[in-house]
Design a protein around this ligand. Structure first.
Ligand SMILES: NC(=O)c1ccc[n+]([C@@H]2O[C@H](COP(=O)([O-])OP(=O)(O)OC[C@H]3O[C@@H](n4cnc5c(N)ncnc54)[C@H](OP(=O)(O)O)[C@@H]3O)[C@@H](O)[C@H]2O)c1
Length: 331
């Protein structure tokens, strides 16, 4: 039997990336899409060649033909609708950040355990082979002891109606993209930060953070990163070991038509001895959907568990607290 996915909301990420990546599988299909407007759902279903269109999220959640729901709603609706899906007995893959508080993640954990469904956070980067390799390199000691991680992630978006620029929707750089350096650093180091310190600059009209910098102290070293919604697009993650540095060239938005690369430098400041590792072209959204479906079919762990989401959310909460109060905040 093929498992049927349903999509909550005609979101840009669903229409442009996630649903197209899910076509052609023998184990699952995307059966339908819901929107607050039936006409919008129908247009999206037609464009994506989906059989069903629903005029409300509730209708999709109540459909017994839907087994797994993908939730790409604005951030402030993630926990609320993920909970509704769980209570209807659906498995849910929810976009990052899965919740805007650790209390909400705890609620999701309790509901998941009660209804015995699979629930995961859609950090697709953790399904990409480049990140599995980076983690292997670092944890095997190929760079020597890694003591510093440096990250940056930015784009320029000042459209007032974009969900990223609406404070009440959980907008801002930290919730939207700050979550990536946090999750990938935790993933690669295999540790949780002990304490964090941050600085946030906010847009006077939007109230959202548009430029934020963070220091995280881990047991084995330090991680520093900056994120912005109002700088030219850029993304990079660098891991500094006692012997070598490793740079992830396109850490987050890995393209589906170009090989990703990581660069390993044995401390050569002239960059003549830099080794480049290329990864086979792949679609991290496809890999994510396959891994999640496998977890449902085989009753195994989803790629990014709620326990992992809870740890990530606690770090983000501490980062916001530090920005408000100043100084170090223990995680
Ligand atoms: N993993 C990734 O690579 C990635 C990339 C981009 C975004 N994301 C995440 O995906 C989510 C959606 O991002 P997006 O850029 O696709 O957003 P978007 O295009 O604005 O889509 C959000 C959808 O939510 C629905 N919605 C329900 N209530 C809404 C409200 N009050 N205001 C606006 N929309 C509302 C709308 O669907 P209907 O009108 O059809 O009901 C809308 O299309 C975010 O959580 C974001 O963090 C993840």
């Amino acid at each position: 039997m093929k498992l049927n996915w349903g999509i909550l909301g005609a979101a840009k990420i669903a229409i442009e990336k996630v649903v197209p990546a899910m076509a052609g599988s023998e184990q699952f299909q995307v059966l339908g899409i819901a929107s607050r407007e039936l006409a919008k759902a129908k247009a999206a279903a037609q464009k994506l060649h989906l059989k069903k269109a629903y005029g409300s999220y509730e209708e999709l959640i109540a459909d017994p033909d839907i087994h797994i729901v993908y939730n790409p709603l604005p951030n402030h609706l993630h926990a609320e609708y993920t909970l509704k899906c769980i209570e209807a007995g659906k498995h849910v893959l929810c976009e990052k950040p899965i919740a805007l508080s650790s209390a909400d993640v705890q609620r999701l954990i309790a509901a998941r355990d009660k209804y015995q469904v699979k629930v995961g956070e859609a950090f697709m980067v953790k399904s990409h082979p480049q990140w599995l390799k980076v983690r292997e390199f670092v944890q095997q000691g190929s760079l020597g002891k890694v003591k510093l991680v440096q990250g940056a992630f930015s784009y320029f978006n000042v459209i007032p109606e974009n969900i990223r620029n609406i404070e009440a929707y959980g907008g801002g750089a930290m919730w939207d993209i700050g979550c990536y350096p946090v999750t990938t650093t935790r993933f690669v180091l295999g540790e949780e930060p002990l304490r964090v310190m941050s600085l946030m600059q906010k847009d006077p009209a939007f109230g959202t953070d548009t430029l934020s910098s963070v220091i995280m102290q881990f047991p084995s070293g330090q991680a520093v990163f900056s994120v912005s919604t109002q700088l030219a697009p850029y993304q990079r993650m660098t891991f500094f070991g006692e012997k070598k540095q490793l740079e992830v060239q396109i850490p987050f938005n890995a393209p589906i038509d170009m090989a990703c690369e990581i660069k390993i430098n044995p401390g050569d400041i002239l960059q003549q001895q830099v080794e480049t590792l290329q990864f086979e072209v792949c679609d991290q959204y496809q890999l994510q959907a396959e891994a999640f479906t496998q977890a449902v079919l085989n009753n195994t762990e989803v790629p990014v568990t709620l326990e992992d989401a809870l740890a990530n959310t606690k770090v983000l909460e501490a980062i916001f607290q530090s920005a408000r109060e100043g100084g170090w905040v223990e995680v």
